[in-house]
Design a binder for this molecule. Sequence first.
Ligand SMILES: *Cc1c(COP(=O)(O)O)cnc(C)c1O
Length: 367
Amino acid sequence: MNIPMINLKAQYKKIQKDLEPKVTEILKEQQLILGKYCTLLETTIADYVGVPYAVTCANGTDALILALMALGIQEGDEVITTPYTFFSTASSIALVGARPVFVDIEPDYMNINPALIEQKITKRTKAIMVVHLFGKLCDMNRIKRVATKYRLPIIEDMAQSLGSAHKGKQAGSFGDIAALSFYPTKNLGGIGEGGMVLTKRKDLGERVKKLRVHGMGSVTYVHELIGFNSRLDEIKAAALTVKFPHLESWNRKRMENAAYYNEHLRDLPIMLPKIVDSSSHIFHQYVIRLTPRDKLQKFLKEKGIQTGIYYPLPLHLQKCFSYLGYKKGSFPVAEQASATSLALPIYPELTNRERAYIISSIRQFFM
Ligand SMILES: *Cc1c(COP(=O)(O)O)cnc(C)c1O
């Protein structure tokens, strides 16, 4: 067998019939950028997440930068975040001139540890940027308590977590502003790059809308802010509106696969992801932790099973962030996660046969 980490061709088959006429229509009409499909995508996702303002943009990294810019974060400011995440969570902070201040993760879900945030807050702290890593919501009640006490805005990096919810409240609706990515491998992945900023605050929504078109307001070539170009293409927006109705069932399939893995791996010397509150983890990735991690990865590769390591080097140990002054040992839980994490294929189109083969291969490794 040959099992990839994600199967986009299988996903495309499901939407091909609905998408292709829309692509043809857009090509005929030649409204190529920020047209009706971008608007439809904005209202659709805003409704789903439960916030009034949504602004499409070019990619998830831009969405983070736009969120930070809208909050006025700049040189001399500090933003608290996690070292165990995709690069752009922290690079976006550095790119607007501010300083990423890392806080170690909690061991259960590998999200930022709420208990360690307060001690990192200084006079310069201007925001807390949380990441709902691998699709698991952070403990937003605890994080909000700290943020409220110090009057700090919360930015949610929800690139991996569209659809995860706690008691019906969706990721992206807890903080002041949220950044979403439609990179093809995300749970709602596009046919190219794409992103979105979501917010419940009118002032921020309006600022982001200007910032993504060079800071222009309603009058063309009159620039109220120094923005940049981060527009989304209509064809890509149309594809996302076609895929969106499948998101819930795709997420459910991921959860089902995760439950299956947990059931069939629980007696092995592996740390499995916890599933307590079923809606709060949409399993963008299914990440197990174990000590002979590299050996298992190699073994599975020989069996034709692709796996992934998210993330092999925590951000505080990246060369480009050495100026921040962190060293090995600064964030032991994140470092331990980097050394032991292995992501198994979890995508919705995974067949029962493939799932069973992955399980039997892992069990064979431990025999
Ligand atoms: C994918 C991702 C991003 C960046 O999104 P792009 O669209 O690739 O720029 C940011 N943060 C996290 C946690 C991500 O997984």
